[in-house]
Design a protein around this ligand. Structure first.
Ligand SMILES: [Fe+2]
Length: 159
């Protein structure tokens, strides 16, 4: 097969890292779509703050989608962000259709962020030896998602 982009990683490192990056692209697209769905459908007293916070999450997810996809290209792996691929490979993130109460939206976003963060922490472990440069990107993504996870929890918590 033609290899248009040569990798500096050996084949096994490239396979492990490429799989992690391609799965990250799927997760982050799914997260961005869920956050937009929630942005449009949220109702309630906290509409405005939740509506705006959801676009902050969309921006972060889209930015990191691009970072993960372009890191894949840099190690010679073709990223796949097609809707059909996301629909086939996305797993674990959930959001109901229709109008949603603001408090339910907050709980759903916290749960979905927890799921995505857990996967990034697995990818941080998986790439530690295979490619520390990609691991560094995963650490940056996890740090930002954990910051957002805190902020979403804080919207419902009481001291
Ligand atoms: Fe909007």
């Amino acid at each position: 097969m033609n290899v248009p982009i040569k990798s500096t990683l050996d084949p096994e490192q490239q396979r492990i890292t490429g799989d992690a990056l391609r799965a990250s692209v799927v997760d982050l697209i799914d997260l961005s779509l869920i956050a937009k769905q929630a942005h449009w459908n949220v109702l309630g007293t906290h509409f405005r703050s939740v509506h705006l916070a959801l676009d902050e999450l969309v921006s972060a997810a889209r930015e990191f989608t691009d970072s993960a996809a372009e890191r894949a290209t840099a190690i010679g792996v073709s990223p796949d962000g097609r809707a059909a691929t996301v629909a086939k490979e996305a797993a674990g993130l959930e959001f109901p259709d229709g109008w949603q109460q603001d408090t339910d939206v907050i709980n759903a976003i916290v749960d979905n962020l927890s799921t995505v963060i857990r996967r990034f922490r697995e990818r941080i472990d998986a790439t530690e030896k295979a490619d520390p440069v990609t691991q560094d990107l995963f650490i940056e993504i996890a740090a930002r998602l954990e910051q957002l996870h805190w902020m979403w929890q804080a919207q419902l918590s009481t001291a």
